[in-house]
Design a binder for this molecule. Structure first.
Ligand code: CNA
Length: 253
């Protein structure tokens, strides 16, 4: 394992064009379960309740999502762990072109990554939007105001339908983050994947783009990923532990 971490540290030292690609696994050590591991989100909730079609058609489905927000404060109150902090430190060292994330928890920004450097492919739970007038609200403020109610409130500005600013099943990914993520994957000299099984498309195509354009690909993930065979380095260990070792090694130079 140490040989693999040493190899990754060498790759990091060799370039200032690192693109980081993160998934739910970077946040499990902050107390937010991932989707597919045992005890993950899909062992407790039905994915069918999280489709855009159901959301638009069914007041019950909307209320379920509202109650999901109320019942899972760990999603909003979680704090960054050493993996997020290590990623922010790599940016502070001038090594990072951007952070592409599938996560909706806002923890990269809380850890110190510059907000404009973080590209959220699946939106963010930090915001609630109005589907009618496009007004944006801070989730915690909406919850503070309406959290006693079991029903999804209406937009304060126009009375329209509110929705957490996250991509539901059946919804297109937001075009700008997707375009930027694709551009970054072509610009990277090193793509560092942290905590993703790499099975969700189109986000999972990012390692393919990067590799095809000559980048090295390194993966830090507890379990197998769909790109292990194509990667230059695969480290099957805890993201916080590996990122801490990397940070200490780089700070020591
Ligand atoms: P996933 O498919 O659940 O994969 C997560 C991967 O992380 C798994 O392969 C685990 O082995 C690995 N893992 C878990 N804990 C650690 C750890 N401490 N260190 C290293 N690796 C670990 O999740 P993906 O992100 O690949 O799938 C994409 C989905 C998950 C996107 O739609 C996300 O929006 C969604 N998601 C996000 C969050 C969040 O925002 N924190 C939480 C749950 C799901």
């Amino acid at each position: 394992m140490n040989n693999k971490i040493d190899r990754l540290i060498t790759l990091i030292r060799e370039t200032d064009k690192i693109v980081i690609f993160t998934g739910a696994g970077v946040s499990t050590e902050s107390g937010i379960p991932d989707f597919r591991s045992p005890g993950g989100v899909w062992s407790r909730f039905d994915p069918a309740d999280f489709t855009i079609e159901r959301y638009l058609k069914s007041p019950e489905a909307r209320d379920k999502q509202w109650q999901f927000l109320l019942a899972n404060p760990e999603l909003r109150l979680a704090q960054p762990n050493p993996a997020h902090i290590g990623i922010a430190k790599l940016e502070a060292m001038g090594k990072v072109l951007g952070v592409i994330t599938q996560n909706i928890d806002g923890l990269h920004q809380k850890a110190g990554s510059t907000p404009r450097m973080v590209h959220e492919l699946h939106g963010t739970l930090e915001r609630i939007i109005c589907l009618n007038c496009s007004a944006k609200f801070i989730t915690n403020e909406v919850l503070a105001q309406h959290g006693a109610c079991q029903h999804l409130p209406a937009c304060d500005a126009c009375g329209g339908m509110l929705k957490p600013d996250v991509v539901l099943f059946g919804e297109a990914l937001p075009p700008l983050p997707l375009k930027t993520a694709t551009q970054l994957s072509f610009a990277a000299e090193l793509l560092l994947v942290v905590g993703s099984s790499l099975v969700v498309y189109p986000a999972a195509s990012i390692p393919f783009h990067a590799k095809r354009n000559g980048a090295k690909v390194a993966i830090i993930n507890l379990g197998e990923t769909a790109f292990d065979d194509g990667a230059d380095v695969v480290i099957n260990d805890y993201a916080s532990k590996v990122m801490t070792t990397i940070g200490e090694s780089l700070e020591g130079c």
